[in-house]
Design a protein around this ligand. Structure first.
Ligand SMILES: Cc1cc2nc3c(=O)[nH]c(=O)nc-3n(C[C@H](O)[C@H](O)[C@H](O)COP(=O)(O)O)c2cc1C
Length: 432
C-alpha cells in the first residue's frame, strides 16, 4: 500500500507568526537543545525527514523569532549524532554560494549521517540577502534560475567524482584510491568554471536527495528536471491536484519517472483532543500576534515596506507582476479576491507563512491528510507545527497513530537512508 511521506519543517518556536510568544515556547531560550528534542520527537513519530529553511539576512527589528537561525549544515551535523534514522534536509541557495562548497558540505553530511542528507535548492527571494554578498540587489528572476540550473549540474557532477568502489584503501600495495575510478568534471559554463574532483568519496546515497521549492514556471521546470521532493504551498485540493499533475507531467517530459518526484505541500496543523480544544489553541496564538510583527512579515513577504499603513484598510497597490516569488503572489491574490484588510491578511494568511492551516481532532486532521493523499493532491506533507514543543507532540502522539492505524503511514523505519524512507532509487554514477 502506498504510504504518505512526512517531513518536519523545523521552526524552533513553532510556525505560527506569534508562536514564539506562547508560554511553552523556547523553554531554554535560543539553544541547540530545542532542536535536538524536536528532532528526536519527529524520529519517534517515524518522520521521513527534518527540513531546515535558510535565509541570509534578518529584519532588524525585534518583533519576530524566525530571524535567528543556525547555519543549517552545521546544525544538521550535530543532529545527525543525536538521531539514527530521520532524514536531514538543509536549504542552500544557488544565488549566494559556489557549487564546489555546496557539493562538499552535502556530501560530508551524507557521509557523517550514513546516508540521510538532502539538499533543498532555492534561488532566494528576500531582497536583502544580496546586500551581504557584495551586491546592491538580487539577480533578475530568470538569471537566478539559469544560475540554479547550472549550479545543480555542477554539484551533481562533483558528487560523481569517484566511482562507488573508487576508494580501495589497499594497505598491502599502498593504494588508497584507484585513480582510474576518479573523474575530473572540467565544467565551464555561463556562471561557473569548476575542474573537480570533489575531495570526498561518493557518499552513501550516491547523491544526497534533491529537494526544490520554487513554484514559478521556471521554478517548476527546475523541480521537474532535478527534484526528487518538491515543497509547495497549496491551500486548495483542486489547485494541489493540478500542481502535482503539472510537475509530474513535466518530469515525464524530462524522461523521469513521475513517481520519483514527491510533492509535499506544507500544512500547519492545530490538533486538539476535541475540536474546541483545537479552536482554543488557535485563538490563543492569534491573540498573541503583535501588529508590528504582522506588518513586518507582510513587508518582507511582499517585498514592499508597509510601515505606517492602516491595518484596518486594504493593502496598498502592489504590482503582482513585479513579485518574484509565488508565495507572495498567492497571498496578494487571496487578499484581493476575499477583500481582506491588512490585518486580516496577516491574521489569516501570513500566520502560517501562506500555507494551509488545518484544525481539529486527530481524526479530522488524518481525514484531510488522507483525502489529499488519495486524491492525487499530495505524496506527503511538510508538517509545520503551529507551536512547539506542544504542537509537534500533539502531531506525533495523536495524528501519527491515527495515520498508522489507517495504513497510510509507516510504523517503523525499514532502511537506514533517506532514499529508503522516500522510496527513491540510488542515482547511478554518470561515468559508469
Ligand atoms: C516550503 C517552502 C520552503 C522554502 N524554503 C526556502 C528557504 O529556506 N530559503 C529561501 O530562500 N527560499 C525558500 N523558499 C522559496 C523558494 O524556494 C523559491 O526560492 C522562491 O519561492 C522563489 O521561487 P519561485 O519564484 O519559483 O516561487 C521556500 C518555499 C517553500 C514553498
Amino acid at each position: 500500500m502506498r504510504q504518505m511521506k512526512l517531513g518536519l519543517f523545523f521552526a524552533p518556536g513553532g510556525h505560527h507568526l506569534a508562536a514564539w510568544r506562547h508560554p511553552d515556547a523556547y523553554p531554554d531560550g535560543f539553544n541547540v537543545s530545542t532542536y535536538v528534542s524536536m528532532a528526536q520527537m519527529a524520529e519517534r513519530g517515524c518522520f521521513d525527514m527534518l527540513f531546515v529553511a535558510d535565509v541570509y539576512s534578518i529584519t532588524p527589528k525585534g518583533k519576530r523569532a524566525d530571524t535567528f537561525r543556525f547555519e543549517p549544515l552545521t546544525l544538521l551535523s550535530a543532529l545527525s549524532m543525536m538521531t539514527r534514522n530521520i532524514g536531514l534536509v538543509a536549504t542552500a541557495t544557488t544565488s549566494f554560494n559556489e557549487p564546489y562548497n555546496v557539493a562538499r558540505k552535502f556530501s560530508s553530511l551524507d557521509h557523517i549521517s550514513n546516508g540521510r542528507a538532502g539538499w533543498n535548492i532555492v534561488t532566494s527571494s528576500s531582497a536583502t540577502e544580496a546586500l551581504n554578498f557584495g551586491l546592491d540587489e538580487h539577480l533578475p528572476h530568470a538569471e537566478r534560475y539559469r544560475r540554479a540550473h547550472e549550479f545543480v549540474q555542477v554539484v551533481r557532477g562533483l558528487w560523481d567524482s569517484f566511482d562507488d568502489d573508487g576508494v580501495v584503501i589497499d594497505k598491502q600495495n599502498g593504494v588508497f584510491f584507484d585513480p582510474s575510478k576518479l573523474h575530473m568534471l572540467n565544467h565551464a559554463g555561463e556562471f561557473f568554471k569548476v575542474r573537480g574532483p570533489l575531495t570526498l568519496p561518493r557518499s552513501p546515497q550516491g547523491q544526497p536527495v534533491l529537494v526544490q521549492a520554487g513554484s514559478s514556471e521556471v521554478g517548476k521546470n527546475l523541480a521537474a528536471e532535478v527534484a526528487e521532493v518538491v515543497f509547495t504551498i497549496q491551500r486548495d485540493l483542486n489547485e494541489s491536484q493540478a500542481f502535482c499533475a503539472d510537475v509530474k507531467a513535466r518530469a515525464a517530459k524530462f524522461g523521469r519517472d513521475p513517481q520519483h518526484v514527491l510533492i509535499m505541500p506544507g500544512v500547519m496543523p492545530i490538533v486538539g483532543r476535541t475540536r474546541q480544544e483545537a479552536q482554543d489553541k488557535y485563538e490563543l496564538l492569534q491573540s498573541l500576534i503583535h501588529p508590528e510583527a504582522g506588518l513586518m512579515g507582510l513587508s518582507r513577504t511582499l517585498g514592499t515596506d508597509l510601515t505606517g499603513v492602516d491595518v484596518n484598510g486594504p493593502l496598498p497597490d502592489i504590482d503582482a507582476a513585479k513579485l518574484t516569488q509565488s508565495r507572495a503572489v498567492g497571498i496578494l491574490e487571496a487578499a484581493r479576491r476575499d477583500n481582506l484588510t491588512v490585518r486580516q491578511v496577516y491574521e489569516k494568511l501570513l500566520v502560517s507563512k501562506g500555507h494551509r492551516q488545518i484544525f481539529g481532532t486527530a481524526v479530522d486532521i488524518a481525514d484531510t491528510l488522507q483525502e489529499w493523499f488519495e486524491a492525487g493532491g499530495a505524496d506527503g506533507y511538510n508538517i509545520m507545527p503551529a507551536s512547539t514543543p506542544g504542537g509537534l507532540a500533539d502531531f506525533v502522539d495523536l495524528v501519527v497513530p491515527e495515520l498508522q492505524r489507517r495504513g497510510v503511514f509507516r510504523y517503523a523505519y525499514k532502511g537506514g537512508m533517506l532514499r529508503d524512507h522516500l522510496g527513491l532509487p540510488r542515482p547511478p554514477n554518470r561515468y559508469v
